[in-house]
Ligand binder design. Sequence first.
Ligand code: SF4
Ligand code: F3S
Length: 268
Amino acid sequence: LEQARRPSVIWLSFQECTGCTESLTRSSSPTLENLIFDVISLDYHHTLQAAAGDAAEHAREQAMELNAGEYLVVVDGSLPGPNANPGYSTIAGISNYEMLMDTIEGAAAVVAVGTCATFGGLPKADPNPTGAVSVQDLVKDKPVINVSGCPPVPMVLTGVLAQFLTFGTLPELDEYGRPRAFFGQSIHDRCYRRPFYDKGKFAEAFDDEGAKAGWCLYRLGCKGPMTYNACATMKWNGGTSWPIEAGYPCLGCSEPEFWDAGGFYKPL
Ligand code: SF4
Ligand code: F3S
């Protein structure tokens, strides 16, 4: 039987660390294999595609041509802005800026994945040597969905893709362009250590009796009250664990200005 063509996804990786793709490979429902073999046609992705060099660029151009107006562009990483030196980050001799603007032209929507693509992330942190900007700083004439997090929770990304590809609709977004279904509540509101916070039981050191008893990590710098993400309920590695369950405070990795906001274990 002839199979219906799977929706095309073009994934662009700019100034990033591949952590977002690493996270995606840990998606459990659907798995990455299920996603790319049964649900979407992943036509361009530096880490996952078999093609290289000219063949890879040809695959991107062909996907754009064959699926004009229908394909999705996923971006991880920030990119040097239009006024920055284009040589700071290039792929196949094309600047990141040029490649983004060229690739989104026929796209139905753009999904920015990870805190670098959504808010600029580490490359944009002070002193921002490459003049990095986020996807939403540049894309003004297409819907942009921000799946933030460093890295993002993989099933948030697959959930957004599945909704768009199954129903052709985009999720309701919060003030930062993040899907409300996943980013609508704070880490603090869904944290299993919250009863300790409410009773005033706090760990004061990473190895004290409170830490061993699983008390609240607020006094060790937890940014859960100011951070919106789905970690507390979706977790990682098929629901195995997440930072606070592993004993570390939330760093606020899904919020704008994460790297410059002092989230790294600074006591409050
Ligand atoms: Fe809130 Fe963090 Fe304490 Fe959890 S550990 S209750 S997120 S302050
Ligand atoms: Fe990031 Fe905090 Fe979740 S650091 S991974 S938003 S618990």
